[in-house]
Design a protein around this ligand. Structure first.
Ligand SMILES: [Zn+2]
Ligand SMILES: [Zn+2]
Length: 260
């Protein structure tokens, strides 16, 4: 699988050169989004991705820096469907995986007020995230685990999730926003080729100390959803990281790609 970072910033005010959080996964002919921060569809399209190949959008939680680009992503997919004859291709359904169905209803309400009432010629579904396996196909397995970034709703359950993604023998753990790095440990029962951890709510030193303790299950550590320390001085923060952990570490930038 190939990852492309469409946005690597936490929920700050607008920052030069960085958009809010979104990661694109390319698995064979299919595309999947991990979160959908502002302008994710624009960035992906301008990088050359065919957004009619999107099959799933995984939202870690409903905060704006992870969902602000969702209406525009869906609008753009509709636009591209309208522009394309599809050459006889079957339009496969798109599923949005979310912990917050009221937020999804708000998005569809907004879209229904746009061009043509947002009539679409493809199937668009929402699936309420629950702990456990949320997608299992011959090419992709996605496991969701609740984290402590948001409290669970007493009636509706967990509101914030981390994910483990496995495809063709490669494995990725994606933190979403998390209350503690320990939230990820249920997803690290088996080693992961890459663990992506958000730095918007945690210091580089703390994250790397945690990773060092768990180094048997973390082959590479990537930081994204950057907070002010990394935004202010990434080179200094990278030195801090490398002083604390022996695991290979990188700080993601917008438009970076990683092959797993
Ligand atoms: Zn966030
Ligand atoms: Zn958040």
């Amino acid at each position: 699988m190939r990852l492309t970072f469409l946005g690597t910033c936490a929920g700050t005010e607008p920052m030069p050169g960085r958009l809010h959080t979104s990661v694109l996964l390319e698995i064979g002919e299919r595309l999947y989004f991990l979160d959908a921060g502002e302008a994710c569809s624009r960035t992906a399209y301008l990088l050359g991705y065919d957004l009619t190949r999107v099959r799933g959008i995984f939202l870690s939680h409903a905060h704006m820096d992870h969902t602000g680009g969702l209406p525009n992503l869906l609008w753009t997919i509709r636009k591209l469907h309208g522009l394309s004859s599809f050459d006889g291709r079957v339009c496969e359904p798109i599923t949005v995986y979310t912990a917050n169905l009221p937020a999804w209803t708000a998005v569809t309400d907004l879209l229904s007020c746009t061009e043509g009432g947002f009539g679409i010629d493809f199937e668009l579904n929402a699936q309420r995230l629950r702990p456990g396996l949320c997608l299992d196909t011959d090419t992709l397995r996605v496991t969701a685990v609740p984290n402590t970034h948001l409290p669970a709703d007493p009636d509706d359950g967990p509101q914030s999730f981390s994910f483990r993604i496995e495809s063709a023998g490669a494995s990725l753990v994606y933190s979403g926003d998390m209350g503690s790095a320990r939230d990820l440990e249920p997803l690290l029962q088996d080693p992961a080729d890459l663990v992506l951890v958000e730095t918007g709510h945690h210091s580089v030193e703390d994250l790397c100390s945690w990773a060092e303790v768990n180094r048997k299950t973390i082959r590479k550590l990537g930081f994204y959803h950057h907070g002010r320390a990394i935004l202010h001085d990434p080179a200094a923060q990278l030195r801090v990281a490398r002083a604390v952990t022996s695991i290979p570490v990188f700080f993601a930038n917008d438009a970076d790609t990683v092959d797993l």
